[in-house]
Design a protein around this ligand. Structure first.
Ligand code: C2E
Ligand code: MG
Ligand code: MG
Ligand code: MG
Length: 279
């Protein structure tokens, strides 16, 4: 009886693996088709300079407007895109679209902003990455200082290679932010070596603002000592804004300021925000 039970469990385990594999294969096919059908789009979340209370940047966030499934958020497809390598063409589309859009806003007469684009580790280490980036900057005619790449601490797994790629990118004039800082594998040694401009405090610390006050002010001090500006994301409440401002944080991003907006809604938000008397 025990043996039969074991066999059943094994069978079930195999079936589960089969389901996961089938789902991944299906997802891969769907993502391929999404690229061909042009089903991806970007939304843009404003970032506020605390001192001047003006918009200094936007983060571009990808969405998949699927014919079958409706609007799909990156949490549901980025991992599979990374595993299958599809993140390379998807990420290239994101980078190109973000640069073109930012240039368009500048040409419309909006105050110049930095557009931040998330870059997956696999995309970052892809052999053509810097070449693609250079071409996109040339073709979009966006000044490189108005583009920022967001990478995570995980690129430090191969610190030597990372430093070389980062140097090439910063030589182009493009800015670099470390996203989700404090969440992953952290080493102060790479921070010192990496040519970067911004640290983004991980949302989890902002969420538990009272218990994590010490961590937040430590990250801000660390960033400032390294000549970096510090961004807090996931700001949902007035109390978080106040505490971050008191702690010396430079830039804020979160639902309290604005949810990510469609490209056609951003200009109106900026115009209203600029003329809103600061409280
Ligand atoms: P992230 O880069 O850390 O982006 C911040 C996420 O937090 C976004 O989720 C954003 O919509 C959400 N968020 C912003 N403000 C708040 C807030 O006040 N409260 C809460 N609870 N959440 C807030 P989203 O758009 O679902 O993206 C999730 C993640 O997917 C991103 O995390 C990023 O790692 C990845 N991602 C998004 N777009 C791209 C992309 O174009 N390429 C790559 N490689 N990854 C992307
Ligand atoms: Mg990000
Ligand atoms: Mg983040
Ligand atoms: Mg992230």
């Amino acid at each position: 009886h025990a043996k039969r039970q074991g066999k059943n469990n094994y069978q079930q385990y195999n079936d589960n693996i089969q389901t996961i594999t089938n789902n991944n294969l299906k997802m891969e096919t769907l993502l391929h088709r999404a690229l061909e059908r042009d089903e991806f789009l970007l939304v843009y979340q404003p970032q506020i300079d605390i001192k001047t209370n003006t918009i200094c940047g936007v983060e571009a966030l990808v969405r998949w407007n699927s014919k079958e499934q409706g609007m799909v958020s990156p949490g549901e497809f980025i991992t599979i895109a990374e595993e299958t390598g599809l993140i390379v063409p998807i990420g290239e589309w994101v980078l190109k679209t973000a640069c073109l859009q930012n240039k368009k806003w500048q040409d419309m007469g909006l105050p110049p902003m930095v557009i931040s684009v998330n870059i997956s580790i696999r995309q970052f280490y892809h052999s053509n990455f810097v070449e693609k980036l250079t071409t996109i900057l040339q073709e979009s005619k966006l000044e490189p200082r108005y583009l920022q790449l967001e990478i995570t601490e995980s690129i430090a797994m191969d610190a030597e290679a990372a430093v070389n790629i980062l140097r090439t990118i910063t030589h182009l004039g493009v800015q670099i932010a470390i996203d989700d800082f404090g969440k992953g594998y952290s080493s102060l040694n790479y921070l010192k070596q990496f040519p970067i401009n911004h640290l983004k405090i991980d949302q989890s610390f902002v969420k538990d603002i009272y218990s994590d006050k010490g961590i937040i002010s430590t990250i801000i001090t660390l960033g400032h000592n390294l000549n970096l500006k510090v961004i807090a994301e996931g700001v949902e409440k007035c109390e978080q804004w106040d505490l971050l401002a008191t702690s010396g944080c430079d830039i804020l991003q979160g639902y309290y300021i604005s949810k990510p907006l469609n490209r056609e809604d951003l200009p109106a938000f900026i115009t209203t925000y600029y003329y809103k008397p600061s409280s």
